[in-house]
Design a protein around this ligand. Structure first.
Ligand code: PLP
Length: 398
């Protein structure tokens, strides 16, 4: 199945030589997802949840069926725990705002880590008048320092907000020990799964987080759509983040009452076509099989890791242990942006800079690095071409 996978990505028809190693930023788009969005706008479109005419009621059903697909994909207890937002970032902002209104008290602590994407830092800063933000360290390899994190959990900790997979090192967080200690103090956990969900099976029932976020655009799906899983307890406890149409029971000019359940968090016209498109990208991932994707990408990343690591003048950030899909590195005496420009001339797309993870970069006293990240369309030939190109640049600069 993976052998002809490039045929499913129209961009390769136009750019057959493209070597795309920036899937961690956003994945390329699969044909079935593009077609389903085109069909939605061309033939099926109407606003949902309101009209009693056929177009509207049919699209409402399709939209709600997509919620079921998402729920099944991550093995959520129910589709009613799935909230659609405009991005994973918005999902975390929703949680930080709601917790700030309904839960945090002065001097409560939120425990994050220096491995976090800014999307899991800045939303806490914005409500930090109330709370204190405590950050777990990373070690010299760039991995989460579990010992430090566990030690920082105490009776003042009112939320632990940690990435499931680092967007810099690709390392996957083991939540077992964290959960054990958190449970002792009854502390809720928010998990940022943006990087993990496209690459590895997520089982919400087994993990049982309080909040879990990810983005559709990293799943070969559309931009403009994020997914927030919220447990029943928090859905019942929290009041809405944004107000407007769709989320109300009754409105007067000076007051309103809201729907119960996930609907109270979805104000206004939602990203209708995007939600329907996401369902097609999930179908595509299910066809290929998330387990096959994981083993294929893990092997490919290992192949790339060994090749890159054999260069003494390249520093890799992170460890290959318990990692997939991402390798970030710097080459001695080569600025990462010069590298990216050189590779671009060779049709290789990588990401450089701080990758929205400035605390990580500060830890290593660097302003950024180069990141290659794989998706299901990448091959060993892509990796060979990439590594040869790195060598070419190094020889050129000698
Ligand atoms: C680990 C992680 N968290 C959060 C985000 C934010 O996702 P979005 O920009 O889709 O909201 C990203 C995006 O790169 C990410 O890699």
């Amino acid at each position: 199945m993976l052998a002809n996978i490039k045929d499913r990505f129209p961009v390769f028809k136009k750019k057959p030589n493209l070597v795309f190693f920036d899937t961690a930023a956003s994945a390329l788009k699969v044909d079935s997802m593009i077609n389903s969005i085109t069909n939605c706008y061309s033939y099926d479109y109407a606003n949902i949840h309101r009209g009693i005419y056929e177009l509207s009621s049919k699209l409402t059903k399709k939209f709600e069926d997509s919620r079921i697909s998402v729920s099944n994909f991550i093995n959520s207890p129910s589709p009613e725990n799935i909230i659609f937002t405009k991005s994973a970032t918005e999902g975390i902002n929703l949680v930080s705002n709601c917790l700030s209104k309904n839960y945090f008290e002065d001097d409560d602590e939120v425990l994050v880590s220096k491995l976090e994407h800014h999307a899991n830092l800045v939303p806490w800063h914005l409500v930090s008048k109330k709370i204190k933000i405590v950050a777990a360290n990373i070690n010299n390899k760039g991995e989460l320092d579990y010992k430090d994190l566990i030690e920082k959990i105490n009776s003042k900790t009112k939320l632990i907000a940690i990435t499931h997979m680092s967007n810099i090192t690709g390392s996957i967080t083991n939540f077992e020990e964290i959960k054990n200690k958190a449970n002792k103090f009854n502390i809720p956990i928010l998990i940022d799964g943006c990087q993990l969900v496209p690459h590895k099976k997520l089982d919400i029932k087994e993990m049982n987080p309080d909040f879990y976020v990810f983005s559709a655009h990293k799943l070969y799906g559309p931009s403009g759509l994020g997914i927030l899983y919220m447990s029943d307890f928090w859905i019942n406890k929290l009041s809405p983040y944004q107000g407007g149409g769709s989320m109300i029971k009754n409105v007067e000019t000076d007051k309103s009452t809201y729907l119960e359940g996930y609907q109270k968090f979805e104000a206004g016209t939602p990203p209708i076509a995007e939600v329907i498109g996401l369902s097609s990208s999930i179908d595509f991932i299910n066809e290929v099989g998330i387990e096959s994707i994981y083993s294929y990408e893990k092997e490919l990343t290992k192949y790339a890791y060994e090749k890159i690591k054999s260069n003494n003048d390249i520093k890799i950030y992170g460890d290959f242990k318990n990692q997939t899909s991402i390798i970030s590195f710097n080459i001695d005496n080569v600025h990462f942006n010069d590298l990216a420009m050189f590779l671009d001339k060779k049709n290789i797309a990588i990401r450089t800079g701080h990758h929205c993870a400035q605390p990580f970069m500060k830890h290593f006293n660097i302003s950024g690095n180069a990141r290659m990240s794989v998706g299901i369309y990448n091959t060993k030939d892509d990796v060979d071409y990439f590594v040869n190109s790195l060598n070419e640049l190094k020889n050129f600069l000698k």
